[in-house]
Design a protein around this ligand. Structure first.
Ligand code: DGT
Ligand code: CA
Ligand code: ZN
Length: 577
């Protein structure tokens, strides 16, 4: 399927035209076409073959021809011509938050900057100072944005890492020589961002496993190749490290290579106090120069030998360290929430706003996952770019939901909205309209540059509305793209607890917001949560797993999360005082 490549091409085309300064409607045509193909549920090559490209909204004769040329030859001549005028490397600049096509063009024209590296160099030499219309604050923002993008290239989000790892694990699992296989490292701990993927295998024949690993279709190049340890790069530039261990050492190796490094340090300190030693080979009793193996086969046995309960990988971080390693006695580890506890999703989009699927399709997919309910929380009227729903259309949407609910058995679609909190802190629909919804999640999508006080006030104001049940993606961050807005989370938590407003854990892989450290903090303030996917497509419902992982990393139990309740329990709990 070449859909993604075509989408990329059209987006790049549009951006280069925009940098060049081409007319707005031409530029937009490319973006629109890219968006339409992104939402296309069919193989683009198939559509092109049947000459149906122009049936896709937003694709006219010109773009139709370019897509066909690309599919046939892998190139587009007009694009190559364009890159002679506007170097392709300028696309790297536009990825930086607060650098748009206009600034990219200015840096290119005035300073000869062609890449991110050039820009970093120009910044270091103070060459941006005094450029027309560029204030000191703007330069600071560019520096911040550049740092974020550089880090983003070093660490991928949990969704990308999971997809890559699962492909490889699926392939390797087919080998009869592979007796056991697991992720390790930050991926096993389900950290929000991951530098490289660690995989651990039990096998009596490491050589066979290694040979197979290095020849996987995902492999682009080999960094290191040893008998029991190898490291590769995938075509997407992801590093994957594989280790093969003996069955008797599985638990000790898993414990060691899961980390985190700081967690390992803590474990070693505990061992030393007990006259023991922990290594990737086992837990040993040490007396003089003699070492006796106490445990190595399973992680549980290793923890037990150290006098510890089993500590789930998600907790092996600095978050909650005081609870994990109390001054006296063993830690009290709560029964963490699990994916199977989730009974519904309260923040998904449908075609009423910017979602790909109909309400009925979303509901069917949710029911298939075993859910009891699904709130269709489309954008509210003011968020026009995302197809915000007008008050007139709300009437139609509500009717459609009622009709659907009359047909569904053991499942209920809830009438929801993702309500805009505008730049002044006002809410998009009036109280009368708001009272009609089953579920209201209020979010900030604008005014990110505002002061801490102002943004905090906007969100607290939303908490105070009795129709607002939750605050969506509370910090507004986009991993690798944009830091969250400046927010006083403590004040927001206080207001949330005071007013009985939930904070959302948004599971969408580029958001993962609240993150696990913030979840842990909010929990300590007494906040209750909802874990949602923010799905814009039936397939996105799947990302619930990441939100649950984050909740686990924040030490949450099912009792902390409302969408573990049955439909009745949920509806009861949503009443605000
Ligand atoms: P990442 O890859 O930056 O997202 O984070 P990790 O935690 O996966 O780090 P990584 O890949 O360097 O190492 C994987 C695990 O292996 C790490 O969590 C702990 C263990 N480990 C690796 N190297 C060392 C080391 O030199 N000392 C100790 N104590 N543990 C190590
Ligand atoms: Ca790693
Ligand atoms: Zn949103």
């Amino acid at each position: 399927m070449k859909n993604k490549e075509v989408v990329d091409l059209l987006n790049r085309f549009g951006t280069l035209l925009e940098i060049k300064g081409d007319i707005f409607f031409k530029v937009r045509a490319y973006y629109k076409a890219a968006e339409a193909i992104e939402a296309l549920g069919e193989d683009i090559e198939h559509v092109a073959k049947e000459n149906r490209l122009r049936e896709i909204p937003g694709i006219g004769a010109e773009i139709d021809a370019k897509i066909k040329e690309f599919l046939a030859t892998g190139k587009v001549r007009a694009y190559q011509e364009l890159t002679k005028e506007v170097p392709e490397s300028l696309l790297e600049l536009v990825e930086i938050p607060s650098v748009g096509p206009k600034k990219a063009k200015m840096f290119f024209d005035k300073l000869g900057v062609r890449s991110r590296e050039d820009l970093a160099d120009a910044l270091a030499k103070g060459k941006l100072d005094g450029l027309p219309g560029l204030k000191e604050k703007a330069i600071q923002n560019i520096i911040k944005g550049l740092k974020l993008v550089q880090e983003g290239h070093e660490r991928m989000n949990l969704g990308v890492a999971t997809a890559t790892a699962e492909l490889i694990i699926e392939d390797l699992s087919k080998l009869p020589e592979v007796k056991d296989i697991s992720t390790a490292g930050s991926l096993r701990r389900q950290r929000e961002t991951i530098r490289d993927i660690d995989i651990l295998i039990v096998s009596p024949k490491p050589q066979k496993v290694m040979e197979h690993f290095l020849k996987l279709p995902a492999v682009k190049s080999v960094n290191a190749h040893g008998e029991t340890k190898s490291s590769i790069l995938t075509h997407e530039g992801v590093q994957v490290d594989l280790r093969v261990v003996e069955p008797s050492q599985w638990g000790a190796a898993l414990l060691y290579f899961t980390g985190s490094k700081n967690f390992n340090v803590k474990i070693r300190q505990i061992a030393i106090r007990k006259k023991m030693k922990v290594s990737e080979y086992g837990v040993f009793k040490v007396s003089g120069s003699r070492e006796t193996l106490l445990a190595s086969k399973t992680e549980t046995a290793c923890f037990k030998a150290l006098g510890l309960p089993y500590i789930p990988p998600e907790l092996r971080e600095d978050i909650g360290e005081a609870e994990l390693f109390p001054a006296k006695g063993a830690p009290n580890i709560p029964k963490l929430i699990e994916l199977s506890d989730i009974k519904g999703d309260l923040h998904v989009h449908s075609q009423y706003s910017d979602g790909h699927n109909t309400i009925a399709e979303m509901a069917a997919a949710a029911q298939k996952r075993g859910y009891e309910y699904l709130a269709i929380s489309d954008h509210s009227a003011k968020l026009k770019v995302a197809g915000g729903v007008s008050p007139q259309d709300l009437i139609k949407k509500k009717k459609e939901i009622e009709t659907l609910n009359a047909k569904l058995k053991g499942f209920r679609v809830l009438f929801g909205t993702e309500l805009e909190i505008d730049t002044e802190g006002n809410l998009d629909y009036n109280d009368k309209i708001l009272s009609e919804f089953d579920f209201v999640v209020a979010s900030v999508h604008s005014g990110f540059e505002q002061s801490r006080e102002k943004i905090t006030r906007r969100i607290i104001n939303a908490c105070r509305n009795k129709h607002v049940h939750a605050i969506g993606h509370p910090t507004g961050r986009h991993i690798g793209k944009r830091e969250g807005y400046d927010l006083d989370l403590k004040e927001v938590c206080k207001a949330a607890v005071d007013t009985g407003t939930l904070l959302e854990i948004n599971s969408f892989p580029i958001r993962l917001d609240l993150d696990s450290a913030n979840i842990y903090f909010a929990r300590s303030m007494g906040v209750k949560f909802t874990i949602n996917t923010d799905s814009h497509h039936v397939d996105h419902l799947e990302v619930m797993r990441f939100g649950v992982s984050l909740a686990r990393r924040g030490w949450l139990t099912a009792g902390d999360v409302v969408n573990t309740l049955s439909l009745r329990g949920l509806l009861g709990s949503l009443k605000k005082h």
